[in-house]
Design a protein around this ligand. Structure first.
Ligand SMILES: NC(=O)c1ccc[n+]([C@@H]2O[C@H](COP(=O)([O-])OP(=O)(O)OC[C@H]3O[C@@H](n4cnc5c(N)ncnc54)[C@H](OP(=O)(O)O)[C@@H]3O)[C@@H](O)[C@H]2O)c1
Length: 232
């Protein structure tokens, strides 16, 4: 159970928490006694991730199944309300969820797929951020978006994923300036190539040993969240 008498304890919402980076980050945060609200779309995979975290000695994350494709502002408002009521504060929001179905020439890109990837990769993080902003402002919170190589949206075949990441980066810059004097910090982290399902969709033949592990990359986020391991 969360111990709010401990001033070190942070409440952090991670999207894509059952994914490669998201599950590694959830594990490392829970091992630092943070309370993680773990959001992803598949409840079964979320539960398995929570079991893994506990087996690895972390505080049990609070799982929150939500499909960002169909989520509307009302759903995000309910999530904010639930965090306020049950966990009483929110220190950080970390966006890692991603939808991508592989490199595709634009000529053959299904419009429904384009809309779906824009919805999950840019619209959902924008409106989730908006709903959680009041809680984050109360606590001088942090917002971390997960970005991409800035050249990628200019390269062929990346389709809606590339466009969404470019849009999200612009949104992150805009919001950082708007919130300059609010106490809330906003940043985009660009992870190095990592061995995850997402990466394998673009580079299926790549040697995983040549890539960073999500656990290594999670440490970058821990630094930004001031959640580094205590000195022994
Ligand atoms: N891997 C890399 O090399 C790399 C490089 C640069 C940037 N990034 C960025 O790093 C972040 C993490 O990527 P990753 O490599 O860890 O990807 P991943 O392993 O594919 O994890 C992404 C997670 O998001 C979930 N998700 C997808 N659609 C969703 C929806 N509609 N609602 C809720 N959750 C949904 C996925 O669930 P399902 O698996 O069930 O679909 C998955 O659990 C992403 O923002 C990605 O763009 C990754």
């Amino acid at each position: 159970m969360a111990d709010y008498s401990n001033p070190k304890e942070q409440v952090i919402l991670v999207t894509g928490a059952a994914g490669g980076l998201g599950s590694a980050l959830t594990l490392r945060l829970c091992q630092q006694d943070c309370t993680v609200v773990a959001l992803d779309k598949n409840p079964k995979v979320l539960n398995e991730m929570a079991d893994m975290v506990v087996a690895e000695g972390g505080l049990e994350p609070v799982i929150y199944p939500m499909d960002l494709l169909g989520a509307a502002p009302d759903d995000f408002a309910r999530l904010a309300e639930s965090i306020g009521e049950n966990l009483h504060h929110l220190d950080a929001l970390v966006h890692t969820a991603v939808a991508f179905s592989g490199l595709t020439p634009f000529e053959h890109y299904e419009p429904t797929r384009w809309l779906k990837e824009m919805q999950i990769n840019v619209n959902s993080p924008v409106f989730l951020t908006q709903a959680l902003l009041p809680l984050l402002k109360e606590n001088s919170g942090r917002i971390l978006f997960t970005g991409e190589d800035p050249q990628l949206p200019h390269k062929p075949y990346w389709g809606a994923y590339g466009m969404a990441k470019a849009g999200l980066k612009a949104f992150s810059n805009m919001l950082a300036e708007e919130l300059e004097n609010s106490g809330v910090t906003v940043e985009t982290i660009v992870p190095p190539p990592m061995h995850t399902r997402h990466r394998a969709k673009a580079w299926p033949a790549e040697d995983p040993a040549s890539l960073a592990s999500p656990l290594e990359v999670a440490e970058l986020y821990l630094q930004k969240l001031n959640c580094l391991p205590m000195a022994k």
